[in-house]
Ligand binder design. Structure first.
Ligand code: NAD
Ligand code: TYD
Length: 379
C-alpha cells in the first residue's frame, strides 16, 4: 500500500483521538502527525495506547499560527490533511464567540492557505493530495418537530434509502439542504465549510467536507450532555436539563464516525459533501433516562433510583429543536453503515466512563493540562 504523510488536526480531542488511533493502527506505512494546540479539550492521555507507535508523531501547534503550520506541512511533505481541530461546544460559543471565529474560521483558513502554498509549489501540484474538512449537521440549522398525521412522534418513517426508522419529523438534513446556522458555533463551522469549498472552486484544491450528527463515546469531554450526565449521576449531582428536554438530537457512536472518515478520506469524491449519521433520533429527556438506567444498573443501584437528579433549568439561548441527518448518499455510494445499535453504544460508553474515573477526574480538575504542558513544552 502507498505510503502517505497525513496531518490530523485536533487529534488530541474526542473524535480526533479515535481517528488518529484508527489510522495509526490500520495504516502502519502512513506517517500520522497529530497537530493540536492542546486547548482545554485536547488531552494526549486520549492517545496513550498509540503514542509510542513508530508511525505516530505529535506537534503542538495552534492552527491559527500560519508560519508554524506551513513549516510543518513543508518539512514533513504532507499529502493529506484531515481537519478536525475546532472549538466545539455550543454553550461556550454563546459566552465567547470570538474564540470560535478565530479558531474555526481563521484557523481553517490558515490550514487551507498553508496546504495550498505547499502543494502548488510541487511539480505534481494537487495530484494525490487531499484536504478533508470535518464539519457538523448544525450548519443546516434546526428542523421542526412535526406530526402532520396526528401520530405522536417518534413515528416510523422512510429514509430516501428506503430503510425504516423512528423520526420526530418528516424533514431531514440532506447534502443539498441550505445552510442556516443559529449558534455562534454553527455559524463559525458554516463559514469554515464555505472557505473549504472556495479553495476547491478557486484554486482547484482537492477538498471534501462531511457533516456529521452528534457523536458519543469514550474520551468525550464531560461538558457535553452524555459524559457530563454519566459523571453527575455517578456522583449524585443534579442533571441540568435545558428547557423541557424535548429537543431532539441524532446520535452516532464515535468509532462509526471514525470509520466513515477513513472510508471517505480514501474513497470519497473530490469536491463532494457527505452527511454522516445513523438515523438515530432521541429526545434529550429519553436519552437521559436511558443513561440513568444504565449507570444505575452498572453500579448496582436500584432501578430508576437517580431519576430525581433530573433538574429542568433555563433553556439554552437559541436552542435548536431537532437535528436529523439523512446519510443515504454515504450508505449507497460508499457502503458505510453504523455498526452499533444505540443501546449497545450507550452501554459501552457508560462502562468506559465508569472504568476510567481517573481520566474523568483529571479532565474535570484540569490536571492533565499541567502534566502535558511540562512534557511537551518547547516542541
Ligand atoms: P473536541 O472539542 O473534543 O476537540 C477539539 C480538538 O481541537 C482538541 O484536541 C483541541 O485541543 C484542538 N484545538 C482546538 N483549537 C485548536 C487550535 N487553535 N489549534 C490546534 N488545535 C486546536 O472536539 P470534537 O467533539 O472531537 O470535534 C472534532 C471536530 O468534529 C470539530 O471540528 C467539530 O466541529 C466536529 N464535529 C463534532 C461533533 C460532535 O458531536 N462532537 C459532531 C460533528 C462534527
Ligand atoms: P451537547 O452535548 O452540548 O451537543 P449539541 O449542543 O452540539 O447538540 O447537547 C446535546 C443536547 O443536550 C442539546 O439539545 C442541549 C442539551 N443539554 C442539556 O439539556 N443539558 C446540558 O447540560 C447539556 C450540556 C446539553
Amino acid at each position: 500500500m502507498m505510503s502517505r504523510t497525513i496531518v490530523i488536526t485536533g487529534g488530541a480531542g474526542f473524535i480526533g483521538s479515535h481517528v488518529v488511533r484508527l489510522f495509526v493502527n490500520k495504516y502502519p506505512n502512513y506517517k500520522i502527525i497529530n497537530l493540536d494546540k492542546l486547548t482545554y479539550a485536547g488531552n494526549l492521555a486520549n492517545l496513550r495506547d498509540v503514542e509510542k507507535a513508530p508511525n505516530y508523531k505529535f506537534a503542538k501547534i495552534d492552527i491559527c499560527d500560519f508560519d508554524s503550520v506551513y513549516d510543518l506541512i513543508c518539512r514533513e511533505h504532507v499529502d493529506g490533511i484531515i481537519h478536525l481541530a475546532a472549538e466545539s461546544h455550543v454553550d461556550r460559543s454563546i459566552k465567547d464567540p470570538f474564540t470560535f471565529a478565530r479558531t474555526n474560521v481563521l484557523g481553517t483558513l490558515s490550514m487551507l492557505q498553508a496546504a495550498k502554498l505547499y502543494w502548488e509549489s510541487l511539480p505534481e501540484k494537487y495530484e494525490g493530495k487531499r484536504f478533508y474538512h470535518i464539519s457538523t449537521d448544525e450548519v443546516y440549522g434546526a428542523l421542526e418537530l412535526t406530526d402532520p398525521e396526528g401520530v405522536e412522534p417518534p413515528f416510523t418513517t422512510r429514509a430516501s434509502s428506503g430503510t425504516h426508522h423512528l423520526a420526530y419529523g418528516h424533514d431531514f438534513f440532506y447534502e443539498t439542504t441550505k445552510y442556516n446556522p443559529h449558534s455562534p458555533y454553527s455559524a463559525s463551522k458554516a463559514s469554515s465549510d464555505h472557505f473549504v469549498r472556495a479553495f476547491h472552486d478557486t484554486y482547484g484544491m482537492p477538498t471534501i467536507v462531511t457533516n456529521c450528527s452528534n457523536n458519543y463515546g469514550p474520551y468525550q469531554f464531560p461538558e457535553k450532555l452524555i459524559p457530563l450526565f454519566i459523571n453527575n449521576i455517578k456522583h449524585r449531582k443534579p442533571l441540568p436539563v435545558y428547557g423541557k428536554g424535548e429537543n431532539v438530537r441524532d446520535w452516532l457512536y464515535v468509532e462509526d464516525h471514525a470509520r466513515a472518515i477513513d472510508l471517505i478520506f480514501h474513497n470519497g469524491k473530490v469536491a463532494d459533501t457527505y452527511n454522516i449519521g445513523g438515523f438515530n433520533e432521541w429526545k434529550n429527556i429519553d436519552i437521559i433516562k436511558v443513561v440513568i438506567a444504565t449507570v444505575d444498573r452498572l453500579l448496582g443501584r436500584k432501578e430508576g433510583e437517580d431519576l430525581n437528579l433530573i433538574t429542568f433549568v433555563t433553556d439554552r439561548a437559541g436552542h435548536d429543536m431537532r437535528y436529523a441527518i439523512d446519510s443515504t448518499k454515504l450508505q449507497k455510494e460508499l457502503g458505510w453503515e453504523p455498526s452499533l445499535q444505540f443501546e449497545e453504544g450507550i452501554e459501552k460508553t457508560v462502562r468506559w466512563y465508569l472504568d476510567n474515573q481517573q481520566w474523568l477526574d483529571n479532565v474535570t480538575s484540569g490536571d492533565y493540562q499541567q502534566y502535558y504542558e511540562k512534557m511537551y513544552s518547547g516542541r
